[in-house]
Write a protein that binds this ligand. Structure first.
Ligand code: AMP
Length: 216
């Protein structure tokens, strides 16, 4: 199992979706789970809505519980890709306990490195399919038809937290609460830094090589 770390907009979701399709293991994104629950107006959705909209982190205990439940599902037995979790040291420690309990070894933590300037460009042009969650960008990865998903024909939308104000706040939160995880995983010998300011094909290829080394 592998964790993709990196600032918002670094490309965790885009890479995780590609890796998931190639490796045949699930892509687990806490952000996607929360957006689905908000859309459904479920109890969980109502609990997390205001945090997500403001670009604040959802409380650790709640996120840990959601992940714990997700990782007990059958499809996680053969490995999985975590995107957007853990985001705090407390979450990383909780994850260690969960993985130990289920005897799931953490193979690698890949840190997607992208400059802050590029992150802002990626986030402000990002569009998501309301139906299947596919990720596009108005100039880097435009859909064939404006506003329509190439894969399922769903409507593309801009996330509420991809506004300039929320983006700025999410980056502050990232530096303060998530960046310390780099040292945490480096100390465990699990961290690999990967320059992701290259084409998607190139960075996916490099990730596959990193993961291949682990499997050998
Ligand atoms: P993402 O799609 O990963 O950018 O996540 C969108 C939003 O969901 C974040 O800005 C947080 O409000 C919330 N969120 C997602 N994952 C976590 C997490 N591991 N811990 C706390 N909040 C999270």
């Amino acid at each position: 199992m592998v964790i993709l770390l990196g600032a918002p907009g670094a490309g965790k979701g885009t890479h995780a979706k590609r890796l998931s399709a190639i490796l045949g293991i699930p892509h687990i994104s806490t952000g996607d789970i929360f957006r689905e629950e908000i859309e459904k107006n479920s109890d969980l959705g109502l609990q997390v809505k205001s945090h997500v909209e403001k670009g604040e982190l959802v409380p650790d205990d709640l996120v840990n519980e959601v992940i714990r439940k997700r990782l007990t599902r059958e499809d996680c037995k053969g490995g999985f890709i975590l995107d957007g979790y853990p985001r705090t040291i407390h979450q990383a420690e909780a994850l260690e306990k969960i993985l130990e309990e289920f005897s799931l070894p953490l193979k690698k933590v890949i840190n997607l490195e992208v400059s802050e300037e590029e992150i802002i460009r990626r986030l402000s042009g990002r569009r998501i399919c309301r139906n299947c969650g596919a990720i596009f960008h108005i100039t880097n990865m435009p859909p064939k038809q404006e506003g329509i998903c190439d894969y399922c024909g769903g409507e593309l939308y801009q996330r509420d937290d991809d506004t300039p104000e929320a983006i700025r706040h999410r980056l502050v939160v990232y530096h303060k609460q998530t960046e310390p995880l780099l040292r945490f995983y480096e100390n465990k010998g699990l961290l690999v830094n990967l320059n992701c300011e290259v084409s998607l094909e190139q960075s996916v290829e490099k990730m596959l090589n990193i993961l291949k080394d682990v499997q050998d």
